[in-house]
Every structure is written in structure tokens, then in C-alpha cells.
Design a protein around this ligand. Structure first.
Ligand code: MG
Ligand code: MG
Length: 259
């Protein structure tokens, strides 16, 4: 039985979600050919601390940075590095915060300069699938309804869902129950109850769904080395319609990204 959050807890999770959302926007402003992922990590680390929070990924199971920076065929959990982003790349940026004892966790995949049409489609479909998942995250549904919504949408475009990783509950811990798979069957899985706070995070491959773990034990790559996208938002399960805690408005509504 997953315990819903109190409204007080939800407010603390909202504060985290806003910091994470703004951090992603700060990073997004600087995503461009010629920039290293390590430089972007530095921007995020500083911004998070300037806002009184702690980058929660740093040191998590030994993770070495504030951000997961996953370029092109890296699905998730890439290390920031001296890799120089180039025109046509995509970079998935996953950010976590710890603030007032609660967690924030959201992700966005940025195009680097101009990307080809197929890559643009992958980004658009993956992000849209996240919103399909959010639409299904209502009280009375189950986690399988979210997974079903994401999967059917994504597969209708010929893309594939990574199954080895999933979304999760969020609270004092970064990963809480329930697991929120991006595939599934309607009416199956954990019951969604008003006040549950979950992260929905489709990880979607342009090609096949197969992945492998890099030798560093962290970076998850696509088996066919085609690109993969990742978007993640935090929502509160409510009656009728989920309430979004994190948002892409800071990224998409102030004109810093070309859409
Ligand atoms: Mg995340
Ligand atoms: Mg997450």
C-alpha cells in the first residue's frame, strides 16, 4: 500500500520541482555546439546550490555529478564529461534536488543546434508520450494505465519503450513506491490514489528497445546505438486530472530554445 503525501509534503515537493525545472532551463540556455557536458553540469550544480538546495544525484550510489547527461545513444545515467556537443546531437539532462528534506527529479532532452527530422520526431513523440502518461495518472487508475498510454502512443510511431527502467514515487526518498513502467496493460499494476506523487519518465528509443549497461556500471546505451530520448515530470495524482509539480514552462515559454 503506497501512502499518499500530505498537502504539506506536496508543497515541499513543489518547491523542489520548481528548482529542478528552473535548473533544466538554465542548462538548456547553454546547450549548443562546442559546449561540454561538464560545463553544463557546473552550471546546474551552482544554480541548485544558489537556490539553497543540494544536487541529490551527486554521490547517489557513487554517481559523480549533479546531472545525468546522456548524449545520443545513451538512454540515461551518462556522466558529464569533456565530450564537446556537436550540431545534430541530442542530450538528455536529468536533474535531482534535495531541499527541506524532500526530493525533486525531472529530465528534458535538448537538441543541439539543428537536428535531423527523424531525431526531431523522436523528441516530440517522447515528450508527447509523457503528457499521455500524465493524462492517465488520475485517482482510480493504475500504474498500468500510465504505461499503456505511453507505450501505445510511442509504438504507433515505430519507436520503442525501454523496459529496464521506469518512473517512481517521489518524496523523502528519490525512488519510492510505486514503480511506474512506461509499458503495461490497462487496469493492471498499483492503484493510483489521490495525493500520490510520482515521476513519469518515458525513455524512448528511435530503434529497437534493447539496451546494455556500459562498463562504468552507469550509462545505459541503446543496443543498436541509435538515439534515445528521455523526458520526466513530477505529478500529483488527483481526481479527474493530475497536478503537475515540475514544468517545462521555464524552458519553452521564455524563448531560449528554438521550437
Ligand atoms: Mg530523473
Ligand atoms: Mg526519476
Amino acid at each position: 500500500m503506497v501512502k499518499p503525501k500530505t498537502e504539506e509534503e506536496i508543497e515541499l515537493l513543489r518547491e523542489n520541482a520548481i528548482i529542478v525545472s528552473k535548473t533544466l532551463a538554465e542548462v538548456g540556455k547553454r546547450v549548443a555546439p562546442g559546449v561540454t557536458t561538464l560545463e553544463l553540469n557546473r552550471v546546474a550544480d551552482e544554480f541548485i546550490r544558489d537556490n539553497g538546495a543540494i544536487p541529490s544525484f551527486l554521490g547517489y550510489d557513487g554517481f559523480p555529478a549533479a546531472l545525468c547527461m546522456s548524449v545520443n545513444d545513451v538512454v540515461v545515467h551518462g556522466f558529464p564529461s569533456d565530450y564537446v556537443l556537436k550540431e545534430g546531437d541530442i542530450v538528455s539532462v536529468d536533474c535531482g534536488t534535495l531541499y527541506k528534506g524532500y526530493n525533486g527529479d525531472s529530465a528534458y532532452t535538448f537538441p543541439v543546434g539543428e537536428v535531423d527530422a527523424g531525431t526531431r520526431k523522436l523528441l516530440d513523440v517522447t515528450k508527447a508520450s509523457l503528457y499521455k502518461g500524465i493524462e492517465a495518472a488520475v485517482a482510480g487508475n493504475r500504474t498500468g494505465d500510465i504505461g499503456y498510454a505511453v507505450q501505445t502512443y510511442v509504438e504507433s510511431f515505430g519507436f520503442s519503450v525501454v523496459r529496464e527502467l521506469e518512473g517512481h514515487g517521489l518524496g523523502k526518498e528519490m525512488h519510492e513506491e510505486p514503480g511506474v513502467p512506461n509499458y503495461g496493460r490497462r487496469g493492471k499494476g498499483t492503484h493510483l490514489v489521490e495525493g500520490m506523487v510520482i515521476c513519469i519518465e518515458p525513455m524512448i528509443n528511435a530503434g529497437g528497445r534493447g539496451v546494455y549497461l556500459a562498463r562504468n556500471g552507469w550509462a545505459v546505451h541503446t543496443a543498436d546505438h541509435r538515439k534515445s530520448a528521455h523526458y520526466e515530470l513530477t505529478v500529483v495524482v488527483r481526481k479527474g486530472r493530475a497536478e503537475q509539480l515540475s514544468t517545462y514552462d521555464f524552458i519553452e515559454k521564455d524563448g531560449t530554445i528554438n521550437y
